[in-house]
Design a protein around this ligand. Structure first.
Ligand code: CP3
Length: 336
């Protein structure tokens, strides 16, 4: 079994740099686009255990990666809680109206039943990729709440005060999400996931005085529960800048995934030994090879004697050439 990712996180090994990519299964791969073309309903595709397993395995058939991440989506949780979800080409996810009673009264067993193809896909991947770490994932409560209430990407016109105006409802929803998110990770672990990543892609929308209530506290409860199952947790609270340090003190993740706005040297100096993942701006991979190499070396040099997992500061962009991913991996493997 290749435990390189887990060893880097748990034993803090520094002699080998494990590599995987967020969105390593996705639109930059022609073999993914081929399947996607025939499956216009994205949620249905995520619930097709055979295809979902096949897509998860696509990147490791091409590349020398240390982990598989299950092909699914963070919005499978609102789906499992009864909210309608559609993915519109060029727009992204569009969610239906939120029925609080339906959500708050969803029974754990009904949720598990609805999402069972996700767990079946994980079992298939585990069988096929015995020699790799298998990463399961969830969205953090804040990012899920944001999608559930805003019902679309917050890229344009986002008003946080509108989202959080009903305090008591927010409290009920957060409690429900903490339970359901943990349930979803527990089922992924039972099916074979041996690492969990929590994506808080929109943590950066929270002002500093709301980070604790909406990000640190709910996330730390989930992290604690996952760690009690002896499974390491990688947290990715994207866009919170210097608050990464407070995040690590409050949440105590097993590993922290950084975005491209953070200076790697600064984070290394201010963390107290928490293993680090990622950082490189995915846009760099659209440029020339000299620039790519220079930027990879920046991260590898800073984290030379520090537990570090190579990844990007966000997902692989659809415009990325698969050959570039190969080049990145070779550059890291050949580094002396
Ligand atoms: O990393 C992997 O390879 C595993 C698969 C994965 C997907 N989504 C597949 C996907 C993971 C880990 C996610 C997480 C996810 N989903 C996040 C957190 C990470 C991040 O990007 O910040 C978020 C915010 C979502 C919600 C989501 N799903 C959006 C906003 C979109 C549309 C825009 C986009 O980025 O493509 C999706 C669709 C989605 N999820 C696709 C894939 C491969 C593209 C589907 C397609 O149109 O073919």
């Amino acid at each position: 079994m290749n435990e390189k990712l887990r060893n880097c996180i748990e034993k803090k090994t520094t002699s080998y740099t494990p590599i995987w990519f967020m969105r390593q299964a996705g639109r930059y791969l022609p073999e993914f686009r081929e399947i996607r073309k025939k499956n216009p309903d994205f949620i249905k595709l995520c619930l097709n255990e055979r295809l979902s397993a096949e897509i998860s395995l696509q990147p490791i058939k091409r590349f020398d990666l240390d982990a598989v991440i299950i092909f699914s989506d963070i919005l499978m949780i609102p789906y499992g809680l009864g909210q309608k979800i559609e993915f519109k080409k060029g727009i992204g996810p569009i969610l239906g109206d939120l029925n609080f009673n339906v959500i708050l009264n969803t029974k754990p067993n009904d949720f598990i039943e609805k999402l069972s193809p996700v767990y079946e896909a994980i079992k298939r991947v585990k069988k096929e990729a015995k020699d790799k770490n298998l990463i399961g994932f969830v969205g953090a409560p804040w990012t899920l709440l944001m999608y559930m209430l805003n019902k679309k990407s917050p890229k344009n016109n986002f008003d946080i005060n509108k989202i959080i105006k009903n305090k008591s409802l927010m409290r009920d929803l957060i409690i429900k999400l903490e339970d359901i998110i943990f349930l979803h990770t527990k089922e992924q672990i039972k099916a074979g996931a041996d690492i969990i990543q929590i994506f808080d892609s929109w943590a950066g929308l929270l002002p500093k005085n709301k980070l604790s209530e909406y990000c640190y506290i709910p996330t730390s409860k989930i992290v604690k529960n996952i760690k009690s199952l002896e499974i390491p947790v990688i947290c990715f609270p994207k866009g919170i800048g210097e608050n990464y340090i407070d995040f690590c003190s409050a949440v105590e993740p097993s590993c922290i995934s950084i975005d491209y706005e953070i200076e790697p040297q600064w984070i290394k100096e201010n963390l107290h030994g928490t293993p680090v993942q990622g950082g490189l701006d995915p846009k760099i991979l659209l440029g020339d090879r000299e620039e790519i190499k220079k930027n990879i070396n920046k991260y590898l040099d800073v984290f030379k004697d520090y537990p570090y997992i190579f990844n990007l500061g966000h997902g692989v962009l659809p415009e990325t050439k698969p050959e570039t991913i190969e080049y990145v991996i070779q550059t890291i493997r050949n580094k002396k």
